[in-house]
Design a protein. Structure first.
Length: 341
């Protein structure tokens, strides 16, 4: 397949789309891909991204998993919220609401988060909803604190000047404009490894440029003042970490620090030469890690996940759970849309 075809490929068709109401009434757009009864994987994207950031994982996993993705508030199809509606508590609220709306009571899932999505999981570490539903966690290219001080996006020696300049980038609300060769080059430098394939750079650029500038700035302010170190220490579920060694936004030191203090850590996978956008830059590695966690922590024959385990042929996943709302399979038909209070 040509690069152009790969770049312009249509997003995966969801089995079901729904709007979930969070604790403060915010509306969260959710997509469910795959078949009911298959092992569940729930994925939270990062700052300035959307559900489309997980397209590679959805295409691979939906054959034999049920994949739940959602747009963080103010991103993608999730509407903007009022000033003050962006916080780490709101991230945790939204994740809990998505888990409650898409999983059966007590059903377990592998939960993955990239960048701000990983911070979402850390913010929810003490929440009953996460503890009820998380069988295992994957943290991709994320950090828990000191993001402006440790970022190397600004090419100068560490210190107060670099930290102030990095904060300015996080808080900036200027329009990014259209995707051009120059903006692709800037985005690649800031967020991706030097060897990233052009079509993957293009994918990331289109996703990031589609993020509303007010949402980008509002969440950038949250990231600039982030402190979720306590959440890492409270994440009492088997947790794997994956990160690129060339990450400038959340340098590899963040991943190493997180992996070192996790109560039930499963180790750190370092992707040599990869940058911050690992699910798009290195989709095979991220997907393989998710499959590994499913195979280890969602074995066949346990509760709502009984229909299959990772690697099982998709034809074995025809079973359904009580209360399912659609019998469409991933990639076929029209998704059912609903709103969950």
């Amino acid at each position: 397949m040509s690069r152009l075809l790969r770049r312009d490929a249509a997003p995966p068709d969801p089995t079901r789309e729904l709007t979930v109401r969070s604790a403060d009434g915010a509306r969260i757009h959710v997509e469910v891909h795959g078949k009911d009864g298959a092992p569940a994987v729930v994925l939270a994207h990062g700052w300035t991204c959307s559900t489309r950031f997980w397209d590679a994982q959805i295409r691979d996993l939906a054959a034999d998993h049920r994949v739940v993705v959602y747009d963080q508030r103010g991103h993608g199809a999730s509407p903007a919220v009022a000033p003050g509606g962006c916080s780490t508590d709101a991230l945790a609220d939204d994740l809990e609401a998505v888990l409650a709306a898409t999983l059966e009571p007590g059903e377990k899932a592998v939960i993955g988060g990239h960048s701000m999505g990983g911070m979402t999981i850390m913010a929810a570490a003490r929440r009953a909803g996460l503890r009820e539903h998380a069988a295992a966690v994957l943290l991709c290219s994320t950090g828990s604190s000191r993001l402006p001080a440790e970022s190397t996006v600004v090419p100068m020696r560490a210190g107060s000047v670099r930290t102030r300049m990095t904060r300015g980038i996080l808080l900036a609300s200027a329009p990014l404009g259209p995707v051009t060769p120059i903006t692709r080059r800037v985005l690649k430098y800031a967020t991706m490894g030097a060897g990233s394939a052009p079509e993957r750079v293009e994918t990331c650029a289109r996703i990031v440029h589609a993020c509303p500038r007010k949402a980008r700035a509002a969440w950038g302010r949250v990231l600039a003042d982030l402190d979720l170190d306590a959440g890492v220490r409270e994440l009492r579920v088997p947790t794997a970490v994956i990160a690129g060694t060339a990450d400038r936004l959340t340098p590899i030191g963040h991943a190493r620090s997180i992996a070192a203090v996790l109560p039930d850590g499963l180790g750190l996978t370092e992707l040599t030469g990869q940058g911050h956008m690992t699910p798009v830059e290195a989709p095979e590695a991220v997907t393989a890690k998710l499959r590994e966690l499913v195979a280890a922590y969602l074995p066949a024959g346990t509760g709502a996940n009984a229909s299959t385990s990772a690697g099982t042929d998709a034809n074995a996943n025809a079973g359904t759970n009580a209360g399912t709302k659609t019998d469409s399979s991933a990639g076929t038909g029209t998704a059912e849309k609903e709103e969950v209070a």
